[in-house]
Design a protein around this ligand. Structure first.
Ligand SMILES: Nc1nc2c(ncn2[C@@H]2O[C@H](COP(=O)(O)OP(=O)(O)OP(=O)(O)O)[C@@H](O)[C@H]2O)c(=O)[nH]1
Ligand SMILES: [K+]
Ligand SMILES: [Mg+2]
Length: 342
């Protein structure tokens, strides 16, 4: 049986690994890091990146959704660079980015996967495109690739407040019982990060990965994902029924244009009427909201205000589409705003 000392050793090793991974993924001036060589100019209020194995139908979907032609063919790696297009969702211009296919091990530097995932990491939403004729385990493989690059899928940041201090040691409080880690183990992680004084308030049944995500907050991106389950023209009705049980998914046929409207509808544009609903949207679907009739300032709670840098608004309340505005800007009904944090 593993002793506490063994367990702490494991945890220290895990924390060390997380640190090494971050160093590997942080771009360096020498260009050896996670560069974004495939990035393109961003237009519209938000961008959606297409991630998937080769030949699952990303480019066919791109052409179908946006009318922007992106070369599609039966051979792998047809697409070698980012192809941007645009589509209107509730009147808002949303940029679509068709990306080259990735393969297993992409996050570790195989192929150009790192550059591809680096682009996806800056998107507001990711379409994971899957070929329904391939094993469903492909979904897990792609998810692991994104996770390994610091992308957290359909998840909000763990409810842990971490404040580094100059002195006073490590102080830990938890409002719920912790079933995955104890205070000694948390201190071991802090030791690994060379943090000797901090206040840590834990408000969820956190795991060690949650804690590391908070310590590595700068290299984490919380991005909503929709699974575009493509090529349903090639399966039976019975098989299709099963696909409808997969959460956050939309079965489609890019080639035949089946269910493409539903896929667009799933791009969640949350409705904001109050500070509360803004927080909810921020937690659930990240950065794209429709505002009710309030000023941005009125929607604010402190936490949000602290990070606020600028908002980009598209809709009736602004002259230019989109327009950058500050806190006192008054929104109109159905405006779409993107909050830019510091
Ligand atoms: N049956 C069927 N075939 C499709 C569908 N969508 C795409 N295909 C075919 O799948 C093959 C690959 O399509 P692409 O759009 O090039 O796939 P991709 O994911 O962009 O591929 P890479 O750029 O190489 O990564 C082509 O032969 C398409 O005709 C679909 O909905 N149904
Ligand atoms: K292809
Ligand atoms: Mg392609």
């Amino acid at each position: 049986m593993a002793t506490t000392v063994d367990k702490i050793k494991d945890i220290e090793a895990e924390a060390k690994l997380a640190k090494l991974k971050r160093e590997l993924l942080t771009p360096t001036s020498s260009g050896g890091g996670g560069g974004s060589g495939f990035d393109v100019a961003r237009t519209g209020v938000a961008s959606v990146g297409f991630i998937g194995f080769p030949s699952v139908g990303k480019s066919t979907l791109m052409s179908r959704l946006t009318g922007q032609h992106s070369e599609a063919a039966a051979y792998e790696f047809t697409t070698l660079t980012t192809v941007p297009g645009q589509v209107l969702v509730n009147g808002a211009k949303i940029q679509m980015l068709d990306l080259p296919g990735i393969i297993q091990g992409a996050k570790d530097g195989k192929g150009r996967g790192r550059q591809v995932i680096a682009v996806a990491k800056t998107c507001h939403l990711i379409f994971i495109v899957l070929d329904v004729n391939k094993p469903l385990t492909d979904k897990k493989v792609i998810e692991a690739e994104l996770e390994g690059f610091g992308i957290r899928i359909n998840k909000s940041p763990p409810n842990i407040v971490f404040k580094k201090k100059d002195k006073g040691g490590i102080s830990i409080t938890n409002t719920v019982p912790l079933t995955h880690i104890d205070h000694d183990e948390i201190k071991a992680v802090m030791g690994e990060y060379k943090i000797s004084s901090a206040d840590i308030a834990i408000r969820c049944d956190a795991t060690i990965d949650d804690l590391i995500d908070i310590l590595e907050a700068k290299s984490r991106s919380y991005i909503p994902v929709i699974y575009a389950l493509n090529k349903i023209d090639a399966i039976s009705i019975e098989e299709l029924d099963l696909l409808y049980r997969i959460p956050n998914a939309c079965p489609i046929s890019s080639e035949h244009g089946w269910n493409i409207d539903e896929l667009l509808e799933q791009i969640q544009v949350g409705e904001i009427e109050s500070c509360e609903s803004l927080h909810k949207a921020q937690r659930e679907t990240s950065r794209l909201y429709i505002a009710g009739c309030v000023t941005i300032h009125e929607m604010h709670c402190r936490r949000f205000l602290d990070d606020f840098r600028q908002a980009v608004v598209y809709g009736k309340s602004v002259k230019h589409q989109p327009q950058r505005v500050g806190l006192s800007h008054e929104l109109a009904d159905e405006d779409i705003i993107t909050i830019i944090k510091r």
